[in-house]
Design a protein around this ligand. Structure first.
Ligand SMILES: [Ca+2]
Length: 316
């Protein structure tokens, strides 16, 4: 397949610069959205992810996860999910969908957003360096949550009255549904040395009510009642955004799960069978473009990768 480097054309890094850039299908900058109420860039925090409402074309709603000062805990920041309408190039009608985990640490925010085909919103939260809380069902540290599109708790969540869908996560920075069957997958950073031996980065299939072990079990350690990763990386690759390739331009990549890695500076391509098992793995563009932040299928059917420095790479 061909590959083109759009590096000098555009900076798509929306993560920490407090803006969302909108491009046309030929990657020409159309407009920029700014003005996130209460946004407080702090450590690894900032603008973390955005998701389009499944009915965006009609209702113009987007969801943006970003860090804000915790008004109830001086010195703390929390991850907040906000919904906006995009009207005339501006963000309007803000609604706070969820206040996520709070901490005074500047790390392990997560956070990724994804909608399932029934219109429920999922978000992945890191443990904000308060690792024992990943096992605490009363707080949102180290959890993946499931909400209605206006932030209510669905009646059929695993625990009635709780937004928690799964627990025992450390710092999940990738979240995506398999388009073939609706199974949910996440990427997650393993321990850094201060909290357990380093490495142990994970790709998980996220199931309802699942416990992914942190901080009790990590790497490939496991015990009954806990779910081991479907792929594990030691030494660490620092997995960030993930995406299933759903385009038609590169047929042999169809339905592969791609993982952008930061420390690994590589794009992983995993083939996952319909039982959620990894059957093959390939490493692409290793150490060619620095740290890779995110990956997506484009509306043109190509595969797009964005680097930490704002370089956009297109496979076509
Ligand atoms: Ca785990």
């Amino acid at each position: 397949m061909g590959r083109r480097n759009l590096a000098d054309k555009r900076d798509l890094d929306h993560r920490k610069r407090s803006r969302i850039k909108i491009f046309d299908s030929s990657y020409k900058l159309q407009s920029t959205l700014t003005g996130f109420p209460d946004l407080a860039v702090y450590g690894e925090g900032g603008v973390l992810d955005l998701a389009f409402h499944p009915d965006f074309v009609r209702n113009r709603q987007i969801y943006v996860a970003y860090s804000v000062v915790d008004p109830t805990q001086p010195g703390n920041h929390l991850t907040q999910i906000n919904r906006f309408e995009v009207q005339n190039g501006s963000l309007t009608n803000r609604k706070i969908i969820l206040n996520g985990p709070s901490s005074n640490a500047g790390t392990h925010f997560g956070c990724r957003l994804a909608f399932d085909t029934s219109g429920f919103l999922y978000a992945s939260f890191g443990e904000r360096r308060l690792w024992t809380l990943s096992q605490d069902p009363n707080v949102l540290h180290g959890k993946i949550v499931r909400l209605t599109d206006d932030g209510r708790i669905p009646r059929d969540n695993p625990t009635p009255g709780s937004p928690i869908f799964s627990l025992g996560h450390r710092n999940p920075q990738g979240l995506e549904f398999d388009p073939r069957n609706g199974r949910l997958f996440s990427s997650e950073h393993g321990p850094s040395g201060y909290d357990a031996e380093g490495g142990g980065d994970e790709i998980n299939e996220v199931v309802r009510g699942g416990n992914y072990g942190w901080p009790v079990y990590h790497h490939r350690n496991n015990a009954p009642g806990f779910i081991a990763p479907i792929a594990e990386y030691t030494p660490a690759v620092a997995p960030s955004g993930i995406a299933f390739y759903t385009g038609s331009r590169i047929p042999k990549w169809k339905n592969s799960l791609f993982v952008a890695t930061l420390r690994g500076q590589t794009l992983l391509r995993l083939e996952i069978d319909t039982n959620g098992q990894v059957t093959s793995e390939e490493r692409l563009i290793e150490r060619r473009h620095g740290r890779l932040r995110d990956v997506a299928t484009s509306p043109n059917g190509t595969l797009l990768v964005i680097s930490e420095s704002g370089r956009l790479i297109e496979f076509r």
